[in-house]
Design a protein. Structure first.
Length: 508
C-alpha cells in the first residue's frame, strides 16, 4: 500500500460504482495508475463493465459498519458517491447515518482522504429553506468533514453529460415540446458543469495535501437560466426556436409530474432535481484550481459540453446513464435458483417455439429487445402498462437502453433491469415497474440437440412471485391477456429472427 501521495498507484475505494458518476470514475482512476476497489451491494452488476477485470469488487452496504470496515482496509483514498434522490420518508436520516458509519470506519482504517461529490447550495439561503435533497447532501458533506479524516467535498449544480439525469431532462423537455408552459424555476440562474470536469476534479482530489479539509464549488464558465439552457440546446441540436412561457403556478410536486410525463426521468428523481432549481446555484469560488489546475480548454463551456453529450448519445457511446443505479423502491431480489421456490407461490407463463433461423440471428433479436425496437408484442398494451406505471410513480417504459445493440448485467431496459445475461443463450430481466410482487422475464436461444434435427429453439418464461392477496389477484386479472402479450412476443421474436437470418443469407 502506497504511503506517498506523489507516487504512482494510490489504493482507492469507490462506492456507488454502479451509478452514473461512479461507473465513469473507476476507469478514470485506473487510467491514472491507481488501484481500485469497488463496494457494491450487488457485485454482479459490475461484472460486464469493460474495466471489471482490473478492479477488486467487494460486497457490502454503506449502512453496514462491518462491510464498510472490510472495504476500507488498506485504502488511501475513499470516494463516497452514494446518496438518495428523495427515496421517501426517512431518507435524510438514512443518508446521515450512512455518512457517519463511513466516516468513522474510514478514520479507524487510517484512510488518508475522503472525496465526496455533493450539491452546490445557494449562498445566503437558510438550510431549512433548501430542498430536502440539497439539505441532505449538504449535511452529508459536513458529517464527512467532521469525521477526522481529511475530506474533499466537491459541490456541483447541473451536471451535463451523456446519460446524466439533468441532461436527459433538459434534452427531452427541449426536443419534445416546441411550445412550453414552464415553472418559474426556468428563470433561476445556474452554473452547469461538464461531466468531464467533474471527473477531472474527483480524480485530482486524490492527491490533495493532507491539511486540506474543505468544500469546493465546481462549475463551468457559463452562468445561465434554465430557459437559456433549453434555448441553447435547441440551437445546438438543430431544432426550431422553442417558445417558453414561464408560469408561477407549478409547485415542485406538479413540476416533477410534468417532467415525468414528458421525459424518461420518473417523478421520484425529477422532484429533487426540480426542487434544487428553486434557488440560484452559482459557484462563489474556484479554489479547486489551486490543487487541480485547469488544463487548456477547461472547464468546458455549456455549448461544448452539450455537443459532446449529443455526439455520444447519437453514436450510442453512453458509458453510464442516470438509470445505471437501481431505482429507489424498485424490487431488487434476484430470481431464486431453488427449483422448489422456497419463497412461496411462483406463477409462470412458458412459451417455446422452433425458429427458422440461426441461433446467432435469434440471439441478436433477443439482445436488441426494448428501447426503439420495442417488445415484439401488442404495442398498445405495453404502452398502457408504461403509462400506468408512471401514474403511480414508477419508471415507465421510456428509460430505453444504454446501447442499441449490446446489454450488460445491471443495465436498465425500459421498466426492466438486466439481472443475468449469458451471451448467445440467456437474457433474464427483472421488473422495476410498480407491482404487488416480484417479476422476471427470461428469453433463451437454444439448439435442439435431438440427433438429425439441429433446429434453433426459442424459450420464454415470465415469472411472478406475488406479495399477499393483492399479488395473487393481480396475476389472475392479467393472465387472460398473456396469450396476446407473451404469446405474441414469442411469435414475433421468432419471425424477426427468421427475417434477419434470411436477409443475411441473401446478402452473402
Amino acid at each position: 500500500m502506497s504511503t506517498d501521495d506523489s507516487g504512482p498507484g494510490l489504493r482507492c475505494l469507490v462506492t456507488g460504482a454502479t451509478g452514473y458518476i461512479g461507473g465513469r470514475l473507476v476507469p478514470a482512476l485506473l487510467a491514472e495508475g491507481h488501484r481500485v476497489r469497488c463496494l457494491a451491494r450487488s457485485p454482479g452488476k459490475l461484472r460486464d463493465h469493460p474495466w471489471a477485470d482490473h478492479v477488486e469488487v467487494v460486497r457490502g452496504d454503506v449502512t453496514d459498519a462491518a462491510s464498510v470496515a472490510d472495504a476500507l482496509r488498506d485504502i488511501d483514498v475513499a470516494y463516497y458517491l452514494v446518496h438518495a434522490l428523495g427515496t421517501g420518508r426517512g431518507f435524510e436520516e438514512t443518508d446521515r447515518a450512512a455518512a457517519r458509519v463511513f466516516g468513522e470506519q474510514a478514520r479507524a482504517a487510517g484512510v488518508r482522504r475522503i472525496v465526496y461529490l455533493g450539491g452546490l447550495t445557494p449562498a445566503g439561503v437558510p438550510e431549512r429553506e433548501l430542498s430536502p435533497h440539497l439539505r441532505s447532501r449538504a449535511e452529508v458533506g459536513r458529517v464527512l468533514l467532521d469525521s477526522g479524516v481529511p475530506t474533499t467535498v466537491l459541490r456541483a449544480a447541473v451536471v451535463i453529460g451523456s446519460g446524466s439525469a439533468s441532461f436527459e431532462m433538459l434534452r427531452h423537455l427541449t426536443e419534445r415540446l416546441p411550445v412550453m408552459v414552464t415553472p418559474s424555476w426556468v428563470r433561476t440562474r445556474i452554473q452547469p458543469v461538464a461531466v468531464r470536469d467533474v471527473l477531472r476534479a474527483l480524480v485530482g482530489s486524490a492527491r490533495m495535501p493532507g491539511e486540506v479539509n474543505r468544500a469546493f464549488d465546481i462549475g463551468g464558465p457559463d452562468i445561465l437560466t434554465y430557459r437559456d439552457m433549453m434555448t441553447r440546446y435547441a440551437s445546438i441540436a438543430g431544432l426550431p426556436r422553442r417558445v417558453i412561457v414561464p408560469v408561477p403556478v407549478l409547485t415542485p410536486g406538479l413540476s416533477s409530474l410534468w417532467v415525468g410525463l414528458v421525459t424518461p426521468v420518473p417523478p421520484g428523481i425529477a422532484r429533487p432535481l426540480t426542487e434544487s432549481l428553486r434557488h440560484e446555484v452559482v459557484c462563489h469560488e474556484h479554489d479547486i484550481e489551486r490543487y487541480v489546475p485547469d488544463p487548456p480548454g477547461h472547464p468546458l463551456g455549456f455549448d461544448e459540453a452539450v455537443r459532446l453529450a449529443l455526439r455520444r448519445v447519437q453514436g450510442a457511446e453512453t458509458a453510464t446513464r442516470w438509470s445505471s443505479a437501481s431505482v429507489p423502491g424498485a424490487p431488487s431480489d434476484p430470481l431464486s435458483t431453488d427449483p422448489d421456490w422456497a419463497g412461496g407461490s411462483l406463477y409462470t407463463d412458458r412459451r417455446e417455439l422452433t425458429v427458422d433461423a440461426s441461433r446467432d440471428a435469434l440471439w441478436q433479436v433477443i439482445e436488441g429487445i426494448g428501447g426503439d425496437n420495442g417488445w415484439y408484442s401488442f404495442p398498445l398494451a405495453w404502452a398502457v402498462r408504461g403509462w400506468l406505471d408512471r401514474l403511480v410513480g414508477g419508471v415507465g417504459l421510456r428509460r430505453g437502453r444504454r446501447d442499441a445493440a449490446r446489454l450488460r448485467v445491471g443495465d436498465s431496459l425500459d421498466f426492466w433491469r438486466v439481472e443475468e445475461i449469458e451471451p448467445g443463450r440467456l437474457l433474464r430481466l427483472r421488473a422495476e415497474m410498480r407491482l404487488p410482487g416480484l417479476a422476471w422475464l427470461e428469453m433463451y436461444a437454444e439448439t435442439d440437440d435431438t440427433p438429425g434435427r439441429g433446429r434453433t429453439r426459442y424459450r420464454q418464461r415470465a415469472l411472478f412471485h406475488p406479495h399477499g392477496l393483492l399479488g395473487h389477484l393481480y396475476w389472475w386479472s392479467v393472465s387472460p391477456f398473456h396469450s396476446v402479450v407473451f404469446g405474441g412476443m414469442a411469435r414475433n421474436i421468432a419471425r424477426a429472427a427468421a427475417r434477419a437470418s434470411s436477409s443475411a443469407e441473401h446478402a452473402s
